[in-house]
Design a protein around this ligand. Structure first.
Ligand SMILES: [Mg+2]
Length: 423
């Protein structure tokens, strides 16, 4: 039987700001979207005083003043780097880590149970991440990805769990499913829930007990798969999981270890290409990219894993821009003499296309021709199968760009001059 753990940081952006500025701890704190527009993250104190996700800053000025709320501009360089540290810490603890978003990763724990209790293991992971990165996380463990996600939701919802829930027993699964509204189930959401409820499916338990064939004919094969997963039948691999709306991660373990840079660049080019396709599918552009590589921690031989991230000169979903950035990052990270078994690319800081700040210089990926080229590429690859048309890497001029970030925290982890000082 498979066993997965979902490790998910609590209020990730807000927690990162609090790690480096102790004076912010215990206070309501919000992080704003680009150009200091809307609230994209809230500390638990900010949630408590009633600041809603997405609230524009100008609408909550009064609350901010009255409660002395800390206001932070989004600092994706810092969040990306902290995400890397989080993932690297997980790599130390599990042979198979599957990053899912900037602050979430699934661990494959199949086989761990014979060595120790899953609950103890979950606490070890949580404590180690807190000790090494300062991040508070919750850990949910179960037999399918969807149930692990539910277990994590339970760990977050109920403080009595201590932030770790082992949901491998059928009895506990059913208990939690019975009190979980169907819209809270991973992949369901409010729109599907509105259609499910009139048909008598109001909770996770109802969905798990519905007839799969009926679900497929009335909804989709995706919802059917979710229903199977709630019953404990694993039918999703991490690669098939739809991306979150905030980040896209494309990563894979290699069948054969990679020992030369050319092969590594070929792999990373394909991850970046897939990530670019996915973000175009979401009709977004990305402002930040990161790349990582690692050797197998549990195999013989020297070990090395590292990651790096970069703010793109301008937000983009153009394959050429993303491949160039990813391959540059990986080339920086590359060391000869190691047997790498894994690499990946993550996109974050999503925005609406065409709403980004303009500049006067030529940019790849922004003109109508560029967009038509990408659309054509996606169409050909959809019809002919992925990879029918591929890119060679290319170089181009990059121009700095700027945006409004009046409350930006220092680059604590990526710039020497911004290192936090101990007093
Ligand atoms: Mg989170």
């Amino acid at each position: 039987m498979t066993v997965y753990a979902l490790c998910d940081a609590n209020s990730f952006y807000a927690s990162v700001e609090q790690i480096f500025q102790p004076a912010y701890r215990g206070r309501p704190l919000i992080v704003l979207s680009n150009n200091d527009g809307c609230t994209v993250a809230r500390s638990k104190e900010a949630k408590r005083i009633g600041i809603k996700m997405g609230a524009p800053l100008f609408m909550i000025r009064d609350l901010v003043r009255r409660h002395n709320v800390v206001v932070c501009s989004s600092n994706y360089a810092l969040y990306g780097d902290m995400s890397d540290r989080f993932m690297q810490t997980l790599e130390e603890l599990s042979p198979k880590v599957m990053p899912y978003s900037i602050d979430e990763a699934f661990l494959d724990l199949t086989g761990v149970r014979s060595a120790m209790s899953l609950l103890d293991f979950g606490h070890q992971v949580k404590d180690r991440v807190a000790q090494w990165t300062g991040l508070p996380i919750c850990v949910g463990v179960s037999t399918t990805l969807t149930l692990a996600k539910l277990a994590n939701h339970g760990a977050k919802q109920y403080p009595k769990t201590g932030g770790v829930v082992d949901l491998t027993s059928l009895e506990r699964q059913q208990k939690l499913l019975a009190i979980t509204p169907v819209e809270e189930i991973w992949g369901i959401g409010s729109r599907l829930a509105k259609r499910l409820k009139p048909l008598g499916i109001a909770t996770g338990l109802d969905l798990s007990r519905a007839d799969p064939a009926w679900i497929r004919s009335h909804f989709s094969v995706v919802v059917e798969r979710t229903a199977w997963e709630l019953r404990g039948v694993a039918c999703q691999e991490i690669d098939e999981v739809p991306p979150t709306k905030q980040q896209i991660v494309c990563s894979r373990s290699f069948g054969q270890p990679v020992t030369d840079l050319d092969n590594m660049l070929a792999a990373v080019t394909s991850f970046a290409t897939r990530a670019a396709e996915k973000i175009r599918g979401e009709e977004r552009v990305a402002g930040q990219i990161s790349a990582f590589l690692s050797t197998n921690r549990f195999a013989e031989g020297p070990r090395y894993s590292n990651s790096a991230s970069q703010t793109l000169p301008y937000p983009s979903s153009d394959t050429r821009v993303l491949v160039l950035a990813a391959t540059k990052l990986i080339t920086q990270l590359w060391r000869d003499g190691f047997r790498f078994n894994k690499a990946g690319v993550m996109l974050m800081d999503f925005r609406e296309p065409m709403k980004s700040q303009g500049d006067m210089f030529d940019r790849t990926g922004d003109s109508e021709q560029d967009q038509a080229l990408m659309t054509t590429l996606d169409n050909i690859n959809r019809i002919g199968g992925s990879g029918t048309v591929k890119f060679a890497r290319q170089t181009q001029r990059v121009q700095p760009w700027a945006m409004r970030r009046e409350h930006l925290s220092p680059a604590f982890t990526t710039r020497w001059s911004d290192l936090p000082r101990a007093r």
